[in-house]
Design a protein around this ligand. Structure first.
Ligand SMILES: [Fe+2]
Length: 357
């Protein structure tokens, strides 16, 4: 009798456990995709209709990758006034109400076109950026010079690390090229810079490099490294990591050394959208550039040389980037979308391909 009682107790328990396991297994298999939108280059004096299309995607996160306003000043009252213009945009207000936001500056919102460590108001500008985007007072990003920082979204097996780099605060001078306009045209360059041979120069600064190493060692399935300027493409003569080739190589080597899996790079700056891909890292590395939210390029810029661009992954016109992580198929869908939210190019990447062997 006692055994029968035990059996009648155990059987429903086993059924219940089976049911719970089945449900949780089903939930894991049908987990909602994670959607991360991003964008750059939004002049505060221009109309910004693109916010409606971004909000309509219902992203889990929006990342500003720089030139979020065009500050271009050492007067912090002027800078604040320009941030206030962004805050007053109805579309931006919808974004703030619906979507968590992370942000880094590029040069114009840092305060100086192509500016680096010598911009005199860098400390005030960093604080203003963190304040505007409501970074909490106790956030680690406020505990050191510069605005670099990292956070992890999601839980076990679906962790997304967002690494925000500061490419301005510590950056040494760049070398300007001496090419004539015709010489630039002949080689497909549109900018003013050339790769330096001075390997003592830094883009991130040693403290940020050391911090990045510790971040890349943290467990995550997908990592989005946010750099305001392009990391992979370097031939255009515009600002990019390739103007300090030793720093570009160091980034790729650090990903290999830390065995950081799942890295995807995103950037802005250039006023068009493209995806670059390189095999210089431990696995294929992608840089998804989206720019601008409300800026158009000089007609020559998208025509500049980029040997790394994936054929077809180019869009000229206002756009935002979209990364959709499908956890069921373990696939990343990388897109640039236009003002109506229509994808203008799509590249799918298996997460399993982003692994250090
Ligand atoms: Fe810009």
């Amino acid at each position: 009798m006692k055994d029968l009682l035990m059996l009648s107790f155990i059987t429903p328990l086993v059924l219940l456990i089976t049911l719970v396991l089945t449900i949780s297994h089903t939930q894991a298999q049908t987990a909602e995709p994670t959607t991360i939108a991003f964008g750059a280059c939004a002049h505060q004096d221009r109309p910004q209709p693109i916010w409606d299309a971004i909000v309509a995607k219902r992203p889990d996160l929006f990342i500003f990758t720089g030139d979020n306003i065009y500050g271009d000043t050492t007067n912090m009252s002027v800078m604040q006034t320009k941030y206030n213009k962004l805050a007053a945009k109805p579309g931006y207000q919808k974004l703030v109400k619906s979507t968590p936001i992370l942000a880094v500056y590029d040069d114009h919102d840092y305060g100086q076109n192509d500016g680096g460590k010598d911009y005199p108001e860098r400390e005030a500008s960093a604080k203003m950026c963190l304040d505007f985007f409501d970074v909490p007072q106790d956030d680690p990003r406020r505990t050191h010079p510069g605005i670099y920082g990292s956070s992890i979204l999601g839980e076990a097996d679906q962790r997304i690390q967002i690494i925000l780099l500061d490419t301005r605060y510590f950056r040494d001078d760049l070398d300007r090229n001496t090419l004539t306009d015709q010489e630039k045209k002949d080689v497909g360059k549109v900018g003013w810079y050339q790769p330096t041979t001075d390997t003592s120069r830094t883009l991130l600064g040693e403290p940020q490099w050391a911090w990045l190493k510790t971040q890349l060692r943290k467990p995550a399935e997908v990592r989005i490294i946010v750099s305001s300027i392009q990391t992979i493409s370097w031939e255009k003569g515009m600002e990019c990591w390739g103007n300090m080739p030793h720093q570009r190589t160091r980034l790729f080597e650090l990903i290999a050394d830390t065995k950081a899996q799942g890295v995807v790079l995103i950037s802005g700056d250039v006023h068009f959208a493209e995806i670059s891909k390189t095999d210089e890292g431990p696995y294929p590395l992608y840089d998804i550039t989206s720019s601008g939210l409300a800026q158009k390029p000089h007609p020559s810029w998208p025509k500049a040389i980029n040997q790394y661009r994936i054929p077809g992954c180019l869009y000229v016109g206002e756009n935002f980037g979209l990364i959709t992580i499908d956890w069921a198929t373990k696939t990343l869908c990388l897109q640039a979308c236009d003002v109506q939210g229509q994808p203008q190019f799509t590249q799918n990447v298996a997460i399993s391909a982003l692994k250090v062997k």
